[in-house]
Design a protein around this ligand. Structure first.
Ligand code: FPP
Length: 243
């Protein structure tokens, strides 16, 4: 007999945007005496299931932090390995993502990635561009401060060119100028592996996000644990500065 879950997920109150910091691949591998890349490989498998469950639950936007502007500091072999996995993931999963009406979008300057990764990403973006189901956003070479600076430069240029004055600038314009322009802010950000910080992820967009932390390492993050995290979010009272 299947055991009943210890949490209660309200299917009528599924957040429309869930963002995830997928952390703990390296520790997962270390615990097993495996190379770090095996952890990333297992992380890719975990991601597949979370994308599927997001779609089934009716999450409208799923944003995952796959590679940060700081991750370039890792050994070259690991960096190259992550990008190879990305190509494998895109090649293997694109047909199914497309069949499921998933729309892929990249947050971050992915032009700096190796050519085969850029090509795989562009194929995915193009093929799924008109899809209307789950919006699957992958943050790659993404850093929130970098994103904010880029947006500030765009708005500053508008001012320098005389199209706007500084006091005409609004929060909406800033939101639109970010990589996430047009995407609603995440109601919840989940971080795995027990680390309690945002690490330069969605700093502007997370102004009112609920943060849910779990000790589970990313490769062990199952769709059930995902649902438990969403249920934890549903248990929070959101006041947006009110009472
Ligand atoms: C964080 O774990 C994980 C990353 C920096 C890479 C995320 C990559 C994947 C989930 C797999 C790749 C799949 C795609 C589609 C891009 P960590 O290495 O920082 O773990 P640690 O803190 O335990 O060392």
């Amino acid at each position: 007999m299947a055991t009943k879950p210890s949490y209660r997920l309200d299917l009528k109150r599924i957040p429309q945007h869930v963002a995830i910091v997928m952390d703990g691949n390296g520790r997962w591998a270390k615990k097993r005496g495996l190379p770090r890349l095996s952890g990333h490989n297992a992380g890719m498998e975990a991601l597949k299931e979370i994308v599927k469950r997001s779609d089934t639950l009716g999450v409208k936007y799923l944003t995952v932090y796959a590679f940060s502007t700081e991750n370039w500091k890792r050994p070259q072999e690991e960096v190259g390995g992550i990008f190879k996995l990305l190509v494998i993931y895109m090649k293997r999963e694109l047909a199914e993502l497309h069949a499921n009406n998933v729309k892929v979008r990249i947050l971050g300057d992915y032009s700096k990635l190796p050519a085969d990764s850029v090509a795989a990403l562009e194929t995915a973006i193009e093929k799924t561009g008109d899809n209307t189901g789950l919006n699957f956003n992958i943050a790659l070479n993404y850093g929130s401060r970098d994103e904010i600076m880029r947006a500030v430069r765009l708005l500053a240029a508008e001012c320098c060119q005389g199209r706007k004055t500084p006091d005409q600038l609004t929060e909406e314009m800033m939101s639109r100028a970010l990589y996430t322009g047009g995407i609603p802010d995440p109601e919840v950000i989940i971080r795995t592996s027990g680390e309690l910080r945002l690490s330069n992820f969605l700093l502007w967009q997370s102004a009112y996000s609920e943060l849910v932390f779990t000790d589970v390492l990313w490769p062990d993050f199952t769709p059930e644990e995902y649902e438990r995290c969403i249920a934890e979010f549903q248990g929070r009272k959101r006041r947006y500065g009110g009472v």
